[in-house]
Design a protein around this ligand. Structure first.
Ligand SMILES: Cc1cc2nc3c(=O)[nH]c(=O)nc-3n(C[C@H](O)[C@H](O)[C@H](O)COP(=O)(O)OP(=O)(O)OC[C@H]3O[C@@H](n4cnc5c(N)ncnc54)[C@H](O)[C@@H]3O)c2cc1C
Length: 471
C-alpha cells in the first residue's frame, strides 16, 4: 500500500466538486499539537460544511491514494491530529460542521455535527434545562468529533461514564466515501456488529465522524464542591467509598491532587487562588450534583466530620458560593497548564483497578525516585482509577538534561501498570505517540484483529495513517 502526496489532479477534482469555502490556507496551528512533540505536514487544508462534502473529499482521496488527517480542535495529547513523515496529506478540519441540531427533551438526546465545540454543546443542553456531562479542561476548543474519536474521559466519568457511554448514535463517512447514517436515539439496539463503538476511540483511523446523537441528563439543581486534605491515597479511596455509600450517585467528581501541583501553580504564577496555604501531600476535590430539597451540605459535612474522626481527613473546605466552587475547579484545571510550563521528562496517562491506586503510587514513586531527585506530579480521576503520573526535573534543572531517561522511566511505569492489570493509555488514546507502546503492551490477538479491521474497512490505508495501527 503506497500513499501519494496531494497533487494538481486531486486539487482540480476537489475544486470541481466543492465550494470555494472548503479551501483554506494551512495555518501553523493545524500542524502543531499541545505537547510540541510532532510537527505536521499538509498538502491541502479542507473545511467542509456538510456530510456530503466530506464524502466527496474522502472518495476522491481514496481514489488518489492520498492520506486524510481528520482535525477537530487540535487538543489531542497523543499526536493523532498531526501527521509527520507522510506524503503531503489532506488535513480535514471539521470546524465549519458545528451546527447543534437540537435537544429532544422527551428522549433526553442532543444531536450535533461533529465539529461542534464541547463547551457549546454543554451550553445548548443547559439552555434546554439539561446537562451534557462531558467535561474537561480543553472544552473551550475540543470538538465532539475529537472527543468521540479519542473516547475522552474527563472529570464526570465517575457518575456519567466516558464519551462512549454518552453516545447513542453516529453518522460517519467510511474510508471509501460511503456515508453511514447511524444517528439513532435508541438505548437498546442489538443488530449485529457495533459500528458506532468501533468508530468511537478509532482516532480517525476508520473514517470521519460527521454527526452524533448524545445523551443529556436532568440538570442537577446545584453543585457542591469540597477541597479536602487527606492522609494518603488509601484515605482517598476510603473517603470515596464513604461518600458513595452516604451520598450515592450524587458524587460526580473525585479528583486526586498532589501538593506538587500546587507547587507548580505557584512556580508558574498562574492566576489561581489556592485553597490552602500549607497543603498536605495529598488532597481531593470532590463534587456533588444535587437535585431536590436534600440538604447535601449537611450530609457532606457529616461525611467529612466522620472522615476527620477516622483520621482520613485533616482539613476540608466546602465552597460557600458558586465563585468559590469555580475557583476550586480553576485550581484543578490549571494543573495541566502548569505542568506544561514546567516541562515534564515523561508523562503517563494510566489506569489501574481503583483498589490498586495506592499500591501503584507507592511502587511507582520508589522506582522513579530510585533513578534520581525528580519531582512527581500525580493527579487525576482517582474515582475511575485513572492517574496522570508525570515526572519533572529537579527545580532549576532543564528537562533536556534528562532526555535520555525518558524511555527508561516510561518503560518502568508501563511495566508496573501491566503488572497491576492496568492500561498505559487510560483516556488520551494511542495516536502517533504511543503506537510502539501498543505493540509492546497490547494483547497479540487484539492487535491482529485491529489490523484485520483496518485493512477490511480501509484497504488503501488513507485514514489517518500511522495512528493506532502501524504503517
Ligand atoms: C488542557 C487539556 C486538558 C485535557 N483534559 C483531558 C481530559 O481530562 N480527559 C481526556 O480524555 N482528554 C483530555 N485532553 C485531551 C483532548 O482534549 C481530548 O483528547 C479531546 O477529546 C480531543 O478533541 P479535539 O477535537 O481537540 O481532537 P483533535 O486533537 O483534533 O483530534 C484527536 C484525534 O481525533 C481525530 N479526530 C478529530 N475529529 C475527528 C472526527 N470528526 N472524525 C474522526 N476522527 C477525528 C484526530 O485525527 C485525532 O486522531 C486534554 C487536552 C488538553 C490540551
Amino acid at each position: 500500500m503506497s500513499l501519494n502526496p496531494v497533487n494538481d489532479d486531486l486539487k482540480a477534482a476537489l475544486h470541481a466538486e466543492l465550494p470555494t469555502a472548503c479551501f483554506k490556507p494551512v495555518e501553523p496551528r493545524y500542524l502543531e499539537e499541545p505537547r510540541g512533540q510532532f510537527k505536521g505536514v499538509a498538502g491541502l487544508l479542507l473545511t467542509p460544511k456538510t456530510t456530503v462534502e466530506v464524502s466527496k473529499i474522502v472518495a476522491a482521496c481514496n481514489q488518489a491514494h492520498v492520506a486524510i488527517i481528520p482535525y477537530g480542535g487540535g487538543t489531542g495529547l497523543v499526536g493523532g491530529q498531526v501527521a509527520e513523515d507522510l506524503p503531503a496529506p489532506v488535513v480535514l478540519s471539521l470546524e465549519r460542521m458545528n451546527t447543534i441540531r437540537g435537544v429532544n427533551k422527551a428522549d433526553n438526546v442532543i444531536e450535533v455535527q461533529a465539529g461542534a465545540v464541547l463547551a457549546s454543546i454543554q451550553a445548548a443542553a443547559d439552555a434546554a434545562d439539561r446537562l451534557f456531562p462531558l467535561s474537561l479542561a480543553a472544552q473551550g476548543s475540543c470538538q465532539i468529533g475529537g472527543n468521540l474519536s479519542t473516547n475522552a474521559g474527563g472529570v464526570g466519568v465517575l457518575r456519567y461514564g466516558n464519551t462512549r457511554d454518552l453516545c447513542l448514535g453516529l453518522e460517519a463517512v467510511l474510508p471509501d466515501g460511503t456515508i453511514w447514517n447511524g444517528l439513532k436515539r435508541l438505548r437498546k439496539d442489538n443488530t449485529g456488529y457495533d459500528l458506532k463503538n468501533l468508530l468511537i476511540g478509532a482516532e480517525g483511523s476508520l473514517g470521519v465522524i460527521t454527526a452524533a446523537t448524545l445523551k443529556v441528563f436532568a440538570k442537577p439543581d446545584r453543585f457542591v464542591a469540597g477541597f479536602v486534605q487527606i492522609r494518603d491515597p488509601e484515605a482517598a479511596l476510603e473517603l470515596l467509598a464513604l461518600c458513595q455509600a452516604r451520598l450515592g450517585s450524587m458524587v460526580s467528581a473525585f479528583e486526586l491532587i498532589d501538593r506538587q501541583g500546587f507547587g507548580f501553580l505557584k512556580e508558574t504564577a498562574l492566576p489561581v487562588r489556592l485553597p490552602f496555604e500549607n497543603p498536605s501531600r495529598w488532597m481531593v476535590l470532590v463534587e456533588l450534583g444535587v437535585s431536590g430539597d436534600f440538604d447535601v451540605e449537611a450530609a457532606f459535612e457529616a461525611v467529612l466530620t466522620d472522615a476527620l474522626e477516622a483520621g482520613l481527613v485533616s482539613d476540608a473546605l466546602i465552597a460557600q458560593n458558586e465563585s468559590q466552587r469555580l475557583a476550586f475547579w480553576a485550581v484543578r484545571e490549571s494543573i495541566p497548564e502548569a505542568n506544561r510550563l514546567i516541562g515534564s521528562i515523561s508523562s503517563h496517562d494510566i489506569s489501574v483497578p481503583v483498589s490498586l491506586i495506592p499500591e501503584f503510587i507507592a511502587r511507582a514513586g520508589e522506582l522513579v525516585l530510585g533513578l534520581g531527585d525528580f519531582r512527581i506530579n500525580c493527579f487525576g480521576h482517582v474515582g475511575d482509577g485513572n492517574l496522570h503520573y508525570n515526572i519533572y526535573p529537579p527545580q532549576g534543572r532543564d528537562r533536556k538534561d534528562f532526555a535520555a531517561l525518558k524511555g527508561v522511566v516510561t518503560a518502568m511505569v508501563y511495566r508496573l501498570v501491566a503488572d497491576l492489570g492496568g492500561s498505559f493509555s487510560a483516556e488520551h488514546g494511542i495516536g502517533r505517540m504511543k503506537i510502539n507502546d501498543l505493540q509492546t503492551y497490547g494483547d497479540p490477538a487484539k492487535l491482529q484483529a485491529m489490523r484485520a479491521i483496518k485493512s477490511a474497512l480501509d484497504p488503501n490505508g488513507i485514514m489517518n495513517p500511522g495512528v493506532i495501527v502501524p504503517l
